[in-house]
Design a protein around this ligand. Structure first.
Ligand SMILES: [Zn+2]
Length: 309
């Protein structure tokens, strides 16, 4: 009975929460990972004046676990602990009294990489937000052995604890890259885990696989706030090594079609019968990182598929 209730609850609540991810702030040397100070301020001002609730990731997760309303809840996460966030981003979050969640690239702080925050700056920033871990060496986790993933994670935790005095329970995958094997290992260390798949958050979202929307360049936050989570029952992406053989599942609403996107193949219109869809692209992946996006109007879910070597 409880499960049934939870399945319908998000439909009643109308709007979903959104987790954004930032990297650099006000550093136009790297446009693909940067947001300008002007745009970030515009976004924060918009959210505050339109009654959005900017909360930390742990607050949002608590509300999900307690089945509380998360309508108009927004979380800002910041990956990599770049100096430009400390210099240009932090003052804005302070000005708008907006908490944030900072994912620390531990090796960069420990070994004093030039472009990154020092432990002292991380500690200072944590007065206004909270911290999670973004690995030790920022590796492509799926390319590592199980032992290498465990070693990287333990090292990150060790040095984080040495400086901050506690072990955080939040993690963000470097490059947003993961597969089943990576997730299985990281889950042993952290309860709250963020990916970088575009999507919205509702009360049925697993907190160890939280979708985040990157805001860089001229991304329009107002458009992104309209996104809702698309639910697919029995969602299967069947692959035969590097060939996507079949994508299938069942929607929780009636429609005659949905849109499915695969990197380098593009968008396809896929028929839906009795809420069920089956798409057999037999498409050979071209890149290491591939997105599969399933979308119906503003409802969206996406997955990252990594090519196997
Ligand atoms: Zn990163």
């Amino acid at each position: 009975m409880k499960k049934l209730f939870l399945f319908f609850l998000p439909l009643l609540l109308l709007a979903d929460a959104h987790i954004f991810v930032l990297h650099r702030v006000g550093d136009n040397r790297y446009p693909s990972t940067n947001i300008s100070v002007k745009l970030l301020e515009k976004d924060l001002k918009y959210l505050k004046t339109h009654n959005y609730k900017i909360v930390s990731l742990s607050t949002l997760v608590k509300r999900i676990k307690n089945h509380q309303n998360i309508d108009k809840y927004v979380v800002f996460t910041i990956d990599d602990t770049f100096k430009s966030f400390y210099k240009n981003g932090l003052p804005l979050f302070k000005k708008y009294k907006a908490p944030f969640t900072l994912f620390v690239y531990v090796q960069s702080a420990e070994e004093h990489f030039g472009d990154y925050m020092t432990w002292k700056q991380i500690k200072n920033a944590s007065k206004y937000g909270e911290l999670g871990i973004h690995s030790w060496a920022h590796p492509h986790l799926a390319m590592l052995s199980n032992k290498e993933i465990i070693d990287d994670t333990k090292k990150a935790i060790y040095y984080f604890k040495k400086h901050m005095g506690y072990v955080p329970n939040m993690y963000a995958y470097p490059y947003g890259e993961y597969n089943k094997r990576v997730k299985f290992i990281i889950k042993k260390f952290f309860k709250i885990i963020c990916n970088q798949n575009i999507g919205a958050i509702d009360l049925n979202t697993p907190v160890d696989d939280l979708d985040r929307i990157a805001i860089t360049g001229d991304v329009n936050i107002i458009k992104k706030l309209k996104l809702k989570r698309l639910h697919i029952k029995n969602f299967i992406i069947k692959r035969d090594k590097n060939v996507i053989a079949k994508i299938s599942g069942k929607l929780n609403f009636s429609t005659r079609w949905i849109d499915i996107y695969i990197t380098k193949l593009g968008w396809k219109w896929v028929k839906v019968n009795n809420k069920k869809f089956t798409y057999k692209p037999h498409f050979k992946l071209k890149k290491y990182r591939n997105r599969i996006v399933i979308r119906y109007n503003n409802r969206i879910i996406s997955k990252l598929i990594l090519k196997e070597e």
